[in-house]
Design a protein around this ligand. Sequence first.
Ligand SMILES: Cc1cc2nc3c(=O)[nH]c(=O)nc-3n(C[C@H](O)[C@H](O)[C@H](O)COP(=O)(O)OP(=O)(O)OC[C@H]3O[C@@H](n4cnc5c(N)ncnc54)[C@H](O)[C@@H]3O)c2cc1C
Length: 529
Amino acid sequence: MQSCEVAIVGSGFAGSLLARVLTKLGYDVVLLERGTHPRFAIGESSTPLANLSLERLSVRYGLTDCYQLATHGRWLTHFPELRRGLKRGFTFYRHHPGQPFENCGLDSERLLVAASPDDAISDTHWMRADVDHHFVREAIAAGVDYRDQVELTSADFASDRVRISGSRNGAAFELNANFLIDASGPGGFLARQLSIPSGLTDTETRSGVVFSHFAGVRFMNDVVPGMPTGPYPDDRAAVHHVIDEGWMYSLRFDDGVTSAGFLLTPRGIASLGGGDAASMWRVLLERYPTIGNVFADATPLMPIAFRPLIQHRLTRVAGERWAVMPHAYAFVDALFSTGIAWSLRAVERLALAFESAARNRRVPDLEVLERYGAMLTAEADQIDLVVAGAYEAMAHFDLFAAQAMLYFTTVSFAEVSQRLAPEESVAWKGFLGTGDPVLGSLPRESLQRLRQITHQSGDAGTPADRRDFAEWIRQAVEPRHIAGLANPERRNLYPVDFDELVERHALLGMSREELIAALPALRGMSQLL
Ligand SMILES: Cc1cc2nc3c(=O)[nH]c(=O)nc-3n(C[C@H](O)[C@H](O)[C@H](O)COP(=O)(O)OP(=O)(O)OC[C@H]3O[C@@H](n4cnc5c(N)ncnc54)[C@H](O)[C@@H]3O)c2cc1C
């Protein structure tokens, strides 16, 4: 029977990247995939924190392509054949049933938050079919033993190894490994094998999704002309259309394809009156005329699909000879695009765990795995609270814009501190403010405050309620407030503001001069340029 040191189940970008890093570290790795590449995958909008992880992985393990894929400009130069989209930031509009989106100038229900100062160092949407395939090819080139079309049926754990069985191309397949990593996403391979109970009942967010890829989607700037100029063209972003039933994402790739989907609350789904995915899609476009106009000539490039519940959550993350990756452990919602960044952070953590084990036992110490597990648990809770708060805040755009500031302040503080003060331990820093003495507890408190306003039934509260909530957020994030966000004078149009950052130098523990000297790091420069 074949043996290896590490078996990884699932060859999304997370499994493939980790397999490649471990091979670089000298481990003998087998990567097992149920399907074949290229294949469609959902989850395409990347963020600055994801790019930072890619850059750190690149520098630490010599993965040049990861650095090149970490900005839109470098991606275009080095991998023009891998499809991607320019993502300059996060765009939000609030729509109301039966009414076109109203252009009220600076009073519009519109929020733009830039994530990068220009196109060259901008984030990207990943065409996952291409990107995941690329990472698999690179893993194979690095020496990973990749097997696709494997149907795994069991994983039996003994004190010194795990035995994985199944079939491949009609023949029995067996493998002994020292350690098993589950990167199978919602496929949940280890959840079934180890009968790990679901932890979903202890979580807050519930949504389903209706989605596809489309050709011929119009630009919001064309459909609603004359909106005040924002920090970047509205559509070159992760576009979010907030509606009564939830929200819609619309991610435009550079080749004209748009990935779009409605994330719908259970009440939102019920309001559609049943029917198949295509008819649910149609009902929503009819209900929201401006979105209907944007998609009037759009043609789906694959059948529109519906998943009634996208959340999943396990109650265990790791054990003596196994660990699950974030997307196999938990998923909350696409809102705020946390998935790619969180998965890459876990690749970094597990890589470090194996790095420190390389010279002795060659499997990570239980203590390290427990740390990994505790962090993922706390972070999944944190994502859930931030997103559940945002759903609650959808009752009124002012509440939503304020809650969004909690997310954006948290990630911009993390990004800037990671860029300006890179440390090896950064990978082990809590995601989304987890463990931060200022930010850590805010999502829970924010959700409670929002529920007091909305009574969990979509009440918009009074103008005073909304003003008080926005003011509470502004004051609560003040000690981490380095990006000029939550500023009413900005009228919900937020560019990347280096002047504000310099003013706020003390919050990063730096003098004005030190911060100015470090600014090039924020523009994505490094020794690899
Ligand atoms: C509607 C929706 C929208 C999203 N949007 C975003 C977004 O905009 N930005 C963002 O950052 N994240 C987003 N996400 C999250 C994102 O999809 C995940 O974070 C990301 O896909 C995780 O990648 P992965 O490599 O861990 O797993 P996956 O991409 O899920 O890959 C898992 C792989 O394992 C394979 N597999 C499954 N079971 C088995 C098995 N038994 N044996 C062998 N192989 C198996 C699968 O075939 C697949 O190739 C979204 C998710 C959803 C549901």
